[in-house]
Design a protein around this ligand. Structure first.
Ligand code: O7E
Length: 213
């Protein structure tokens, strides 16, 4: 994924037509497309291949199972053209390593989640999850734009690994704050795909990212 605009589009729409319309409008302003269950369940897994022809695709299935099942899920995602996958770390190091092996390192591990409930169970163990991501050989972590101070703290733990950061816009986080705190990329969904002009919204965010650099 080329680090240019430092925006990953969270394409959580539920029709192929909407997905194509939005990607067409914003493709000049985003570096990758994150695909989650809503789009895959609505349109079928071949949407991964289709989107990968336009941009790098990160499959956000938040994989959280035993090592063998994790491996099988990752293989299915990668064989359809995904460039990276996202997994949970609370399942333990063997499960994360199974993802890392199957994706040849292209794995992001969720740490502290961005929503209010993320403080309940994920925040208390986020530092350990970041340490696990590093020792398992992951490419990076997912850290909350809603709490930029946590991005900065997690950065100290992971060193040069990448941070991708959701929570900008609809969840209240600011793009420039997340980038300033140490995020490599922001992940943005509703603030782009629900905007009256998704292309304009993506461009405005790309400008704001530059402010944070
Ligand atoms: O709030 P939005 O609409 O900008 O969407 C945010 C996206 O990021 C959405 O797809 C959601 O599933 C994801 N996300 C979070 O919002 N918070 C998290 O803590 C983690 C994720 C996530 O994507 O994890 C993997 C990157």
């Amino acid at each position: 994924m080329q680090k240019k605009n430092r925006i990953i589009l969270a394409l959580d729409v539920t029709s192929r037509a909407d997905a194509m319309r939005i990607v067409e409008a914003v493709k000049g302003y985003v570096d990758a497309i994150k695909i989650n269950w809503p789009l895959v369940l609505a349109t079928g897994p071949d949407i991964i291949r289709e989107m990968s022809r336009v941009k790098d695709v990160i499959c956000d299935f938040k994989i959280a199972d035993i090592p063998n099942t994790n491996k099988l899920i990752v293989e299915q995602a990668m064989s359809r053209g995904a460039s990276a996958v996202i997994c949970h770390g609370f399942t333990g190091d063997d499960s994360v390593k199974a993802c890392v092996d199957a994706a040849k390192g292209q794995v992001f591990v969720v740490t502290e989640m961005s929503h209010p409930g993320g403080k309940q169970f994920t925040a208390p163990v986020a530092d350990k999850l970041a340490t696990l991501a590093k020792s398992a050989g992951a490419r990076g972590i997912v850290a909350p734009a809603t709490r930029p101070e946590r991005i900065a703290a997690l950065r100290k733990i992971i060193g040069g690994l990448e941070i991708i950061s959701p929570g900008v816009g609809a969840q209240g986080g600011k793009a420039s704050d997340a980038i300033r705190a140490g995020a490599d990329y922001i992940i943005v969904g509703r603030a782009i795909y629900d905007a009256p002009d998704p292309g304009g919204a993506a461009k405005a965010l790309a400008d704001e990212v530059k402010e944070g650099m």
